[in-house]
Ligand binder design. Structure first.
Ligand code: URA
Length: 209
């Protein structure tokens, strides 16, 4: 699918299988999500622009590569996005972080923002939006809408699982935002869960229900 990168590294696929298993504990699920986010983070940052800086090694002077531009932003869609965020911050400790809280209005079904905190200069930074499950894509679309309204122009979307329906809706709404995922699953069920999926990512991560 155009604009979608499936990270099919064997370690990602192996860890994902354990995460899908309903018998995996909360602690195990959280640990695996952190591990897998390092591998997904490696892929989503693969083509970051580099420049060079002059440094002194103990032996001589060299022009050495460093990341170009302002620090990137990880934008976590609350609450499940935080599970991916932690590993990503291990990988890019200097990254800035945005948090976006959305809930669904029961009557209008519109995604209502209840929390938004982000660096002020979003237009100067790469913004990587993180949410483990791209299901209906309602919250992902709304999160990107909110970020664009605050000036973001260079965005990527990172998830663990995506449903074909979610990819289609997200891509129609934001064709400029590439998607990175560990798997494209079969379909959504009537309640908006991904099949075969892994259940509710937030509940699995935090032991709630
Ligand atoms: N959100 C989840 O946590 N799981 C799904 O299957 C769909 C949306």
């Amino acid at each position: 699918m155009q604009g979608v990168t499936v990270v099919d590294h064997p370690l990602v696929q192996h860890k994902l299988t354990i995460m899908r298993d309903k018998n995996t504990s909360t602690a195990g699920f959280r640990r695996l999500l952190r591990e897998i986010s390092l591998l997904l983070g490696y892929e989503v940052t693969r083509n970051l622009e580099l420049t060079t800086t002059t440094i002194e090694t103990p032996i001589e002077t060299m022009e050495a590569p460093v990341l170009e531009g302002k620090k990137l932003v990880f934008a976590s869609v609350l609450r499940a996005g935080n599970g991916l965020l932690e590993g990503l911050l291990d990988l890019v400790p200097a990254a800035r972080v945005a948090h976006i809280g959305l809930y669904r209005d029961h009557d209008t079904l519109e995604a209502i923002e209840y929390f938004f905190k982000a660096p002020g200069d979003l237009g100067d930074r790469l913004v990587i939006v993180v949410d483990p499950m791209l299901a209906t894509a309602n919250s992902a679309i709304a999160a990107v809408d909110k970020l664009k309204a605050r000036g973001a122009t260079n965005l990527r979307f990172l998830c663990l699982l995506a449903a074909p329906e979610g990819i289609e809706r997200f891509t129609a709404a934001h064709p400029d935002v590439p998607i990175y995922t560990a798997s494209i699953d079969r379909q959504l069920n009537e309640k908006g869960y991904i099949l075969p999926g892994l259940g509710d990512a937030g509940d699995r991560m935090y032991g709630t229900k």
